[in-house]
Design a protein around this ligand. Structure first.
Ligand code: ATP
Length: 229
């Protein structure tokens, strides 16, 4: 069962198309890098997989079910690009809140905070967190309930090199345990060593998808890859 499968998917918010004829799938135990410049359609693709919107054309299936169905959504973890939390609450209170919303056990909260390097900040208010700490709290939130599909939008923004390396190590461990992971990014360096496949969106169409080493051998790829400096 695929983590998700987009078949001939097109989407427009108003008149101009944002995504056109997208075919893309993610299998369990795989890290897919979804690349493209600002406005290329990465977040729109994620929203379609989350079931927040329905495409005007094509089909979106997620974990063998319908995108947005509660029994599907409970197995998805999502870290948006700009993560925001109530500053007056502690990290623990926030994760407990999201765990309840997700129907996940509260017992996992201290372990998740430790996993993302926030054990010492468990009971500190989020207003005292640095940007990187908030980002890691966002990751812990996304990991609640052991998601089968994890989607991360620019997850390393605001993280220092050590925290970035820690994050990728964690993602590899999750991948090896069978989680399907999507990493959205504008840029390739730093991300490349950690992904199994790349998908490159330009102007709402999928210009390439596959193993990066193989993609680089294709004749037109330098042009396509130049959108992800
Ligand atoms: P970024 O890297 O800047 O986050 P992205 O690749 O995630 O960009 P999207 O956010 O999917 O791109 O946006 C794709 C296009 O859709 C852009 O032209 C954007 O202006 C447009 N768009 C996004 N959200 C809406 C909306 N709610 N209403 C109208 N147009 C939108």
């Amino acid at each position: 069962m695929s983590c998700f499968r987009l078949e001939n998917v097109s989407y427009r918010y108003s008149r101009s198309p944002v995504l056109t004829g997208i075919d893309l799938a993610l299998e369990p135990g795989e890290i897919l890098g979804l690349f493209g410049h600002n406005g290329a359609g990465k977040t729109t693709s994620i929203k379609l997989i989350l079931g927040l919107m329905t495409p005007q054309q094509g089909t979106v299936s997620v974990l063998g079910g319908t995108a947005g169905a509660p029994e599907v959504s409970q197995h998805i973890g999502y870290l948006p690009e700009n993560v925001m939390f109530y500053p007056q609450l502690t990290g623990s209170e926030i994760l407990n809140h999201f765990a309840r919303l997700k129907g996940a056990s509260l017992e996992q909260v201290p372990r998740l905070m430790e996993q993302v390097g926030l054990a010492d900040a468990l009971h500190s208010r989020v207003k005292t967190y640095s940007k990187g700490m908030r980002q890691r709290l966002g990751l812990a939130q996304a990991l609640l309930g052991k998601p089968k599909l994890l989607m991360l939008d620019e997850p390393t923004v605001g993280l220092d090199p050590v925290a970035t390396a820690d994050l990728y190590r964690l993602l590899r461990t999750l991948r090896d345990a069978g989680t399907g992971i999507v990493l959205c990014s504008h840029v390739l360096p730093g991300v490349e060593p950690y992904i199994d496949r790349a998908a490159i969106l330009t102007g709402g169409t999928l210009k390439a998808a596959g193993n990066l080493t193989a993609l680089r051998r294709q004749a037109n790829m330098p042009v396509v890859l130049s959108v992800i400096p």
